[in-house]
Design a protein around this ligand. Sequence first.
Ligand code: ZN
Length: 315
Amino acid sequence: MSTSQGALRLGIDLGGTKIAGIILDGEDAVRVERRVDTPRGDYRATVAAIAALVDALEQEAGVRGLPLGLGSPGSVVADTGRIRNANSQCLNGQPLPADLKTALGREVRIANDANCLALSEAHDGAAADAGCVFGIILGTGVGGGVVVDGQVLTGRNRLAGEWGHISLPWPTSAEFRQPPRCWCGLASCLEAWLSGPAMSADHVRRGGHELAAHDIVARAEDGERLAGATLRAWLQRVARALAMVVNLLDPDAIVVGGGLSQIRWLYSEVPKIWAEHVFASAIDTPLRAALHGDASGVRGAARLWPISAPEIDTR
Ligand SMILES: [Zn+2]
């Protein structure tokens, strides 16, 4: 065997609908991977499902007790060890790191899912050539994460990159008059404008039928006028929300993950629109889809522990 257990790392990505698990070897190749459904709205069952998934992955790989990283919505509060700000709201207030340690008999490193995406893409993905990477997730939820020189930027209050709960910048008068409420208690958060459910809600506000985001995009591409207007408004909002990031952080690359990252118009249209809002006459920031797609979060989670030195038999 070319790679010892010392270089193997296990990553778990806790999503709203799926929990993905992966074991990566020292060359970043996938040893084993599995997915299970997330027990929605049930914290105890979620902890049990993560523990069972870790067990199954290690059994399949024939190893035990691997370093384990977990990508989760929200973040862990430093002094209480409890989760906050998760859009999977059953996690909020729960001592997830301690409960996983009890269930799995090891320390688990936990990072925000968008941080894991940015870490993965900065390492060997769509932003592998970039020093400062802003990663965003556009899906059921919306989030952001910052990686600088290969390290996640967590920030003093572990809030760095919390893009999803910033107010939509440069609102139109209609947006200003009728800001959508966000689950977090604020109004007009980027998550409330840019998530898949937010696009669906916007389409209904325009008088359209209740449709999933990918159906709206398909209808827009078929030339349906109302769906086209909904898609254009969404692209406009993404562009303004990212122009703000360029002005504040000026990252070397912006990488997009989550279900809505498959909307190809993002990459052709948003850079044309953001030029109207950035504080420069021209910018050349690359906006790219995550190279590892759905697997980016789980690959980044596996990287939350550094690779230990290979076990070399010196006898
Ligand atoms: Zn919010």
